[in-house]
Design a protein around this ligand. Structure first.
Ligand code: NAD
Length: 435
């Protein structure tokens, strides 16, 4: 059992802190956001993540999980300090390390004995060494400490499952002692431990995300070719993905990737490459294909509908993927403002991400409580997230409710034959158009 403090109680900090507590450690999750901490202390969970609420409540009740806005005190009390703050993309595409540096300074000022300082945030190569330098600089009593890189691989929407049964833990430590401490913490979750240097661990995280992003852009490029030659990309994915060397995951063509990680981590990796003088052409193309894919979907809509001014368009799905209310870099955040700018009347639906979307784009669209309400009276419907309740729509009812039966599907949710039978104009990604 270890006394662990997790600094930053977002998707990553809250989930890992809760899972460490569930494994029997004494965990304090802290954050500078007092409102978040107040809410958590009252059992209110700020994010939607299946199973998270139950696990937080269970561990708070059993006394292994605590919340605090007093970051210095939480550091003083801990043997292991996890840094899980955000590393957003700055205006040039680099990872912004402001919060990581702030936290490193606070750790230095509250170092009262040996501690293992672990970076869980996704950070560029060299950040572990930077954290080490900042702590040495600001620590008065020069207590011993070790820095570890232990990147996070959870997926939003299945974060608890991904953590409790993680496929691997990557541990880049500066000492054997620190490695052993962090390896032991992971024993309940996995036996696959990748032992690496700080720098190697840091780059593993970017390489993993960049590879997955590459698969998505690759299949989207194939989809765009399929559209030109009359092939069906879903069959191509099946045919290719059954090859065990390739695998079928992240091989679904669509509107492209969004979320808090892939766009920022591919951009950051490009900077890491540039900084060390390497021209990483492949990742540039991955980013470009992804950006174009959103535009391409809107072009399909415009080509079919004509001028958007005065047209009513329903948008189904605001979250960047299902089972999360995270809308960071989600396609909807680009597409809805564009449609509104062109004079379209946009009605948007999402089962859980409306509150977040309102905060970002306000009332550039109206929001509905269910998909049918959004669809009612619309001249076209755009599908941007593959939510289960959108997959389950009664398509005959959808057709009846629409002004014109035009669906532009960025997630390839429906069978072409069925859409043809029902008489829709159905424009999906990498499959023949039904019109
Ligand atoms: P988030 O924005 O949800 O949470 C970050 C939290 O850190 C916020 O609550 C913020 O208030 C807090 N914070 C900022 N500065 C602080 C400070 N000085 N002291 C205390 N708290 C502070 O971010 P997230 O999605 O949890 O991501 C965290 C990191 O993990 C990022 O580097 C991200 O790239 C990485 N990551 C995220 C995911 C994911 O799916 N979200 C997956 C793997 C890795």
């Amino acid at each position: 059992m270890k006394k662990i403090t997790v600094i930053g109680t977002g998707y990553v900090g809250l989930v890992s802190g809760t899972c460490f507590a569930d494994a029997g450690n004494d965990v304090t999750c802290c954050d500078i956001d007092q409102v978040k901490i107040n809410n958590l202390s009252q059992g209110i969970i700020p994010i939607y993540e299946p199973g998270l609420k139950e696990l937080v409540h269970k561990n708070v009740r059993s006394g292994t999980l605590h919340f605090s806005a007093n970051v210095p005190q939480a550091i003083l009390d801990a043997e292991v300090v996890y840094i899980a703050v955000g590393t957003p993309m700055n205006s040039t595409g680099e990872a912004d390390l402001t919060y990581v540096k702030q936290v490193a300074k606070t750790i230095a000022e509250n170092l009262n004995g040996y501690k293992v300082i672990v970076t869980k945030s996704t950070v560029p190569v060299g950040t572990g060494r930077l954290v080490e330098k900042v702590i040495r600089k600001y620590s008065k009593d020069q207590h011993p400490f070790d820095v570890v890189s232990n990147p996070e691989f959870l997926r939003e929407g299945s974060a608890i499952k991904d953590t409790l049964n993680m496929e691997r833990a990557v541990i880049g430590a500066t000492s054997e002692k620190a490695f052993q401490i962090i390896a032991e913490l992971h024993q309940p979750f996995t036996s696959n431990i990748v032992k690496a240097s700080l720098e190697t661990a840091e780059i593993i995280k970017y390489a993993a995300n960049a590879f997955l992003a590459t698969k998505i852009s690759f299949i989207n490029d194939i989809a765009n070719i399929c559209e030109r030659v009359g092939a069906d990309v879903t069959k191509v994915s099946a045919g290719v993905g059954l090859d065990s060397r390739i695998g079928n995951k992240f091989l679904q063509a669509g509107v492209g990737f969004g979320g808090s990680c892939f766009p920022k981590d591919t951009a950051a990796l490009l900077h890491i490459a540039e900084d060390c003088g390497y021209d990483f052409k492949l990742i540039k193309a991955v980013i470009e294909t992804n950006e174009k894919q959103r535009v391409h979907l809107v072009e399909k809509l415009v080509n079919s509908l004509g001028e958007l001014k005065g047209k009513t368009i329903s948008v189904l799905g605001l979250a960047f993927k299902p089972n999360t209310n995270d809308i960071r870099s989600s396609p909807a955040l680009d597409i809805i403002p564009y449609l509104a700018e062109q004079g379209a009347i946009v009605k948007a639906y999402d089962p859980i991400a409306i509150v977040e979307t309102k905060k970002q784009i306000g009332y550039q669209c109206s929001y509905t409580e269910n998909a049918y309400e959004a669809i009612k009276g619309s001249d076209a419907c755009m599908i941007l997230t593959d939510w289960q309740d959108v997959k389950n729509l009664d398509l005959a009812k959808v057709k009846q409710l629409m002004n014109q039966p035009l669906i532009v599907d960025g997630r390839n949710l429906f069978k072409l034959e069925r859409m043809q039978e029902l008489g829709f104009t159905y424009l999906s990604v990498g499959r023949p158009a039904i019109q």
